[in-house]
Design a protein around this ligand. Sequence first.
Ligand SMILES: [Mn+2]
Length: 350
Amino acid sequence: MKIAITADLHLTNRSKNPERFEAFENLLANLTAMGIQHLVIAGDLFDVHQSNYTDFEVVCKSHLSINIHVIPGNHDPGISSRVIAAQNLKIYTQPELLHFDERGLNILVVPYQADKSMGEVVANSLPDLHEQDWVLVGHGDYTGSLQYRNPYEEGVYMPLTKRDVQKFLPKRVFLGHIHYPHEKDGVFYCGSPCGLDITEVGRRRFLVFDTTTFEVTSFTVNSPLIFLDEMITVLPVEDERSYLFQKAKELIKAWEIQTEEIPKVRLRVRLNGYTSDKTQLTEIIKEIFEDYHHVAEPDLSRVSNSNDLERTNIAQTVRRRISELNWTNAAVEPSSEEIFEQAMRLIYGA
Ligand SMILES: [Mn+2]
C-alpha cells in the first residue's frame, strides 16, 4: 500500500494565503489520480491557532476518497476533532500506533510535545513489537543532521537523536518542522509543499511511502508560487552587458522553469563583486529579468566599484580554477560562489 506524506503547510485562511491552499489541493488531486487513499500530515498544518477552520474543512470534504491523518506540530497545538470536523479527517493528539495495510505495518504517529524528546515518547509508546517492522512519523528536529535548521524558530524542537534511530531501528522516519526537503540516515523531511517565503526556493514536493518495499518516492507539487533566490557575482569585464547576459542565460537554464510557469516565479536577485558602473549594472539586471516578478529591487549593496581589468583577469583565472575543483555541495560547506567571493576580496583588496 502507498501512503502519501507531507508537512509544514502553514495554512492560514484562503483569502490570506490562497497559494498554500492551492498547493494543498494540487497535492490531493495528485493523490486522487494516483489512487492513494491515505495522506499523513507531519505537523504544522496550520500557521497559527484559528477560531475557524472552515476553509480547510471545505478542502477535506471535497476529497472524500482520501483519508487525511493529521499529527499536530508546534504551530498547531490547539487542533483536535473538537475544532475541526470532516468525515475523512483524523487528528492524533496522542501518540498512536496505526496500521494502514493488510500486512499490519506498525506506523507510530507522534504529535509535537514541547517538554518531551522524540526518543522518550517512542520508548513509552512503542509496545514490545517482537522485532516487527515499524515506521515513525512526527514533528521535530533530527539532531543527526543539524546543519539544516528551521530559520524561523530558534532552539531544538522535540529532538530525535541518531542514537534513538540506532536503538529503536525504525524502517523509515518522516518528520515535519524543517521546511527544506532532505533525507539523512533514513530520516526524511518532506519539506513544505508551498514555499512560505523567499527562503523556500524551487519546486516543492510530497513523498509517497510504499509499506511493502519501504521505498520512498518524491513527487512535485504544482504550487502556484515558485520562489527563486539568486546571488550573482559580477566582475568589471570589458563588455559587462554580454558577460551578464551569458551568466543569466546559464542561470535561467538551470531553473528549468517552463515559459508558462514564469508568472509563478517570485524572484530575488542579489549581486556581489565589482563593477565599473553601478547604474548601468542595475539597468542590465532589470533588463535580463524583466519577465519575472521580483519580490524586491535587485540588491547591489555588496557590489563595489572597480575598473581594473588586470585584476579582472586574475579573478577570472581564480574562478576557473575554483570551478575545476571537486565540490561536494554539502550544506555545511561554503559554495564555490562564496569561496570565489572571498578570493575576490583578496584580489581587489577590499
Ligand atoms: Mn514546526
